[in-house]
Write a protein that binds this ligand. Structure first.
Ligand code: C5P
Length: 238
């Protein structure tokens, strides 16, 4: 399909309409932001790496029965996806305490949670993405109870599948964020799955292989994203 006008530009991606009414084109950028836009920078080749990494995850999840917006990669930093109407709720799944959960509940980073934790955040830049629950989602009309049941089931299934898949690559899946949308009436997984949106730790050394290296100025940010690419594809990035 042919690329048409830009519909949206976010912190890390641009989305374009195409001449196929069922497809959008997503372009991944090297720009990085953290702390709701307060920290800005670029990570060399991040767009290329996150496009490929997301492609690997989406393809793997589709093979295991998860409905996603992914169609195919079309260039090093672009993928074709199904059109969707975004559900304005960010869904976070956690297996190990880190980030905002560690802070809010006073848990040491690295504390293993005895069962997965699911959290919802209202997508709103002005409000700084406040945490919400099923009642807020229902009262604000952000999604129906049926859609939320489906979202929860898919999010927990994605967690189980990713945990097992990544364990084989010596990666601990600490936590991650998913976004969902409605395509032809059905809930599907959208957005991206990458070191920007997940916390990945090396299983043995617990080295951080994700955006926390950028957030916390730990250095070797590009190297961490390249390492994830290498573990997923078996190929080194060049
Ligand atoms: O900051 P927090 O600990 O709540 O983040 C949980 C997970 O969600 C992390 O993997 C983080 O990368 C991801 N996240 C995200 N986009 C946001 C907020 C969190 O991808 N706006």
């Amino acid at each position: 399909p042919r690329q048409l006008e830009r519909l949206y530009e976010g912190k890390a991606k641009r989305v374009y309409r195409t001449d196929d009414p069922d497809l959008y084109l997503v372009e991944y950028k090297d720009d990085a932001t953290a702390f709701n836009g307060a920290k800005k920078g670029t990570i060399q080749n991040k767009g290329v790496l996150n496009n490929q990494i997301s492609g690997v995850f989406f393809r793997m999840l589709e093979e295991r029965g998860i409905p996603t917006h992914f169609v195919e990669l079309v260039s090093d930093r672009e993928m074709l996806v199904k059109t969707l109407e975004i559900v304005p709720v960010e869904v976070v799944v956690r297996n190990i305490a880190a980030g905002s959960l560690a802070k809010r509940l006073g848990l040491a980073e690295g504390t293993v949670l005895s069962s997965p934790v699911l959290e919802y955040y209202y997508k709103s830049d002005e409000l700084g993405d406040p945490m919400i629950n099923d009642y807020h989602i229902r009262a604000l009309g952000l999604a129906s109870p049926e859609q939320m049941e489906r979202i929860r089931d898919i999010a927990l299934a994605v967690n189980s599948i990713m945990l097992e898949y990544l364990a084989d690559k010596n990666i601990d899946l600490v936590d991650f964020k998913l976004e969902f949308g409605i395509h032809k009436g059905a809930v599907i997984l959208g957005d991206e799955i990458s070191p920007d949106t997940c916390r990945f730790w090396d299983k043995h050394t617990r080295e951080k292989l994700d955006k926390d290296r950028f957030r916390r100025d730990l250095g070797n940010v590009e190297g961490a994203y390249e390492e994830v690419f290498k573990r997923l594809t078996g190929k080194s990035f060049s």
